[in-house]
Design a protein around this ligand. Sequence first.
Ligand code: 6CS
Length: 356
Amino acid sequence: MKYIMRLSTGFLLVLMLALVGCADPDEETTAVDEPAPPPEPEPVTWRFALEEIEGSVQDAYAQEFARRLAERSDGMIEIEIYPYGSIGTSSQITEMMQSGALELAFASPGHLADAIPEVGVFTLHFVLSDDSEVNRQVLSDPRLHELFHEPYRDEDLQLLAIVQEGWMVWSGDKPLRTPEDFEDFRIRTMTSPILVESYRAYGANPTPMPYAEVYSGLQLGQIDGQVNPIFAIEEMSFYEEQDYLTSGRHAQFVATVAASRQWWDNLPEDQREMVEQTRDEMVDWIDREQIRYNEERLQAIIDAGGTEFVELTDEEREVFRELSVGVRDIYVDQAGERGQEILDTLLELVSEAEGD
Ligand code: 6CS
């Protein structure tokens, strides 16, 4: 009996100790308190930097992107837009995004290929279709985006969108109809090395410089001409210093929308989905807008007088096309195996879409 008593007393003691050991010291108080209400979600503000000024195609994209995201998130996502000039050059904007100081920015291959050689594919001539509808389809194809995922991530960026902004047009004090016209012609290009090669192949003297210096470069005679889509030639007033615009439809001006990798990786899933849905819905919208911008601005240049618009014939384009093909090898030397795969895929997607 004594033995049983001792046993049960010992058992009770162990049980009590175990219960005390398991108890949460705060539990006594929280058990009687009301559960704390979930914290109110706080609105967020994201910074979106542009490589173009207010009134540009990139500005139109960013404004609409901000409007749609504010609507989709019931006002919980606000986007502050920083047009070109408020932060720095394209390369400086990209560096800020890489370090996480900016959440979102446009990064066009003509500059970005310094850091990501693979993206230089969009600066090659006569690679995209003559039909801008085909290009829109190809540039938003997930099979193409997938191939840029790693190259962007390796540089602390997340690729979100690839956008065409209009046909590149050469401006100068003469029409540029033949490679002879390009001989020693000092054409300003964006800063990526592969772009420089495209103009060396035509016999020109390519002169890379930041966007902000082009107007004064033309005024001071440091360069003879430059190349950009019409809307940009109008809004940056380049046409005022040039007598001719020559359109060879040799390339589209392509830009990419990117995010800071670090920021993107820490973004709540629902916000990431909202960004992706908005991006997908804007593909057709921005393409219609860029076409309208380029048409209206060409008219504005012609109405202002003093600048003639010249379109190359198919035969004239063919001469440039032939000279441009060798530059693809230089691209592959710079961008390696991943670049080769991107180039092959791009060409395949174009011919597949042209066959539709
Ligand atoms: O020529 C440039 O540098 C610039 N052109 C356009 C149309 N957009 C941004 C880019 O930096």
